[in-house]
Design a protein around this ligand. Structure first.
Ligand code: VG1
Ligand code: CO
Length: 544
């Protein structure tokens, strides 16, 4: 095997965001762009000689091309073994599962998640560490620093690898194993959930399900697990074939983008559970017949009921949520007498807490929930959790949620996204908000009195690392909150996210429309941020 060392020059823009490096395909296709980033990861890792790496992606446009490049670079950098999903496919949680199960050094996940795919759309790459989770900020910062000074990379002179045939082969100085992308993950799910009970409920028709894979990675996973193993009716999984452009849509599981599912769930004869996942399979949307479950509520409900399921029978050691996620799970933790941690947005911040066994479940308002079974959020896991829960409780989704509200109160919650805002206007909004923080506490706005206002700063309780400026929070004395932050996953302009929540204890007030119930808070958020004037947008692009 001949190894070539090629000269390169640095790119200034390879700083990983909330979840890896995400750019337009055209940006990734610039000479040596991908190679620089991959070599920077190898350089920071240092000793990969003889080590095993997991490789796979969500199947989007450029997935295969990128994989071939990484295979040749891994060989040149001395990797001992690669484990690759057949066809170059692995969902994000399945990649995490494989890294853990086979105790590999880590792995590369090729995905831009819920961002659209195709020659003019997005691509992404992320490195996950030995624990199966996204590398921490200390690592991604070091990679970024390395990309700014890189001058050469190594690549082996090898032909393209056949990604479609499973089995073990010797490739240059490495052994390469192409594996079925679903099998190990399906086995893990079977350990966590009561497959027998779920399949009995499906068999007698007490449970019916529609899962929208949105033409993305979870199609093969959901078909194998829901239809083949559990016996859900053929056709329960829709849009099940992964496509390079996700059928031209946004593979983002929310009511706006998963509209086929939303329509079905609002029509007569809707299945008991409706669910969808995103491009790389780590997000989930949960619906019942004519009922949408807010992701923050879903996390709280899973936490309150986990002990009913085989994998969590021993109870939870603690829970965590990202800062903008509603406080619904905090109430559950309080009632159970366990700790609840508040972390910055992005799954990488849960890793240390999970590794240190401080938490068992965690989640984000952005349709992400997960547990200590892997180190990523996990879409299909959440769906199986709900299926198992419905089978145990023998109640419809809406009833499970309403019962939860009666016990804990309801946290009305919504996120308003202003997408593709001019970057300097978006920065201006954040600066304007930060400028008010010192004066806000104690001020009254209608029925809301400000209790605190700050820019969220996180000190990791395990390694003491500090992450600053993670979002502006304004809290009120009645427990309501609003949060403002800029997205770290977009590839064009800026996206401002405004998160709003209001707590309602009294059951007679649990049936309000979410936007109406938050109307006063929304108007206040818009006026404090001056979002409409500064962005020149009359309304949010997406409301979830
Ligand atoms: C968004 C979500 C965040 C999530 C991240 C990655 O980040 O808000 O909660 O962890 O996407 O999810 P941001 O910075 O755009 O708000 V995924 O499914 O895109 O890997
Ligand atoms: Co995702």
């Amino acid at each position: 095997m001949k190894v070539e060392t090629r000269k390169t020059i640095p790119y200034p823009d390879q700083k990983p965001g909330t979840s890896g490096l995400r750019k337009k395909v055209k940006v990734f296709r610039q000479p040596h762009y991908l190679e620089n980033f991959v070599q920077a990861v190898f350089d920071v890792l240092g000793a990969i000689s003889g080590k095993t790496l997991v490789l796979g992606g969500d199947g989007r446009y450029f997935n295969r091309e990128a994989l071939q490049i990484i295979v040749k670079m891994a060989a040149a950098n001395g990797a001992g073994r690669l484990i690759i999903g057949q066809g170059g496919l692995l969902s994000t949680p399945a990649a995490s599962c494989l890294i853990r199960k086979y105790q590999t050094l880590g792995g590369f996940i090729l995905s831009a998640s819920h961002n659209p795919g195709g020659p003019d759309e997005d691509f992404g790459i992320k490195y996950n560490a030995t624990n199966g989770g996204p590398a921490p900020e200390s690592f991604t910062n070091a990679v970024f620093a390395r990309t700014l000074e890189i001058s050469e990379y190594r690549v082996a002179d090898l032909p393209d690898l056949d990604l479609d045939r499973t089995g073990e082969t010797q490739w240059g100085s490495m052994s390469v194993r192409i594996i079925d992308p679903v099998e190990d993950y399906a086995g893990l799910m079977e350990e966590l959930f009561d497959f027998k009970l779920i399949s009995q409920s499906l068999k007698v028709g007490a449970l019916t399900v529609c899962f929208d894979a949105m033409h993305a990675i979870t199609g093969p996973y959901a078909r194998r697990i829901l239809e083949d193993r559990l016996g859900a009716a053929a056709g329960s999984v829709i849009n099940a074939i992964p496509k390079e452009d996700f059928g031209g849509g946004h593979p983002d599981p929310n009511l706006v983008h998963a509209h086929a599912l939303a329509e079905l769930m609002n029509a007569p004869g809707a299945p008991v559970l409706g669910a969808a996942s995103d491009g790389d399979g780590d997000r989930n949307m949960i619906m019942g017949a004519r009922f949408f479950v807010t992701p923050s509520d879903s996390l709280a409900i899973l936490a309150a009921n986990a002990h009913l399921l085989p994998g969590y029978r021993e109870g939870l050691c603690g829970v965590a949520r990202s800062m903008p996620t509603s406080q619904a799970v905090d109430r559950v933790a309080h009632a159970m007498g366990i700790d609840c941690y508040e972390t910055p947005t992005g799954w990488k911040f849960f890793g240390n807490l999970l590794d240190a066994r401080k938490i068992t479940l965690c989640g984000e308002e952005s349709f992400g929930t997960g547990s200590d079974h892997v180190r990523e959020k996990d879409g299909l896991w959440a769906v199986l959790f709900w299926l198992n829960l419905i089978a145990v409780k023998k109640q419809p989704v809406a009833e499970i949620v309403r019962e939860h509200w009666r016990r804990f109160g309801r946290d009305y919650y919504s996120r308003h996204d202003y997408e593709d805002v001019d970057s300097s206007a978006a920065e201006g909004i954040m600066t304007h908000l930060r400028g008010q923080l010192a004066d806000l506490p104690g001020k009254r706005f209608g029925s809301y009195k400000v209790a605190f206002a700050d820019d969220f700063r996180y000190e990791d309780p395990i390694d003491g690392s500090i992450s600053e400026k993670q979002g502006v929070r304004i809290g009120f004395d009645n427990g309501s909150r609003m949060v403002f932050r800029l997205s770290g996953t977009g590839t064009e302009g800026a996206t401002l996210r405004i998160y709003l929540e209001r707590y309602e204890r009294a059951p007679e007030n649990h049936g309000l429309d979410t936007q109406e119930s938050l109307a006063e808070l929304i108007a206040l958020a818009e006026s404090l941020s001056e979002v409409k004037q500064r962005s020149a947008m009359a309304a949010p692009t997406v409301i979830t």
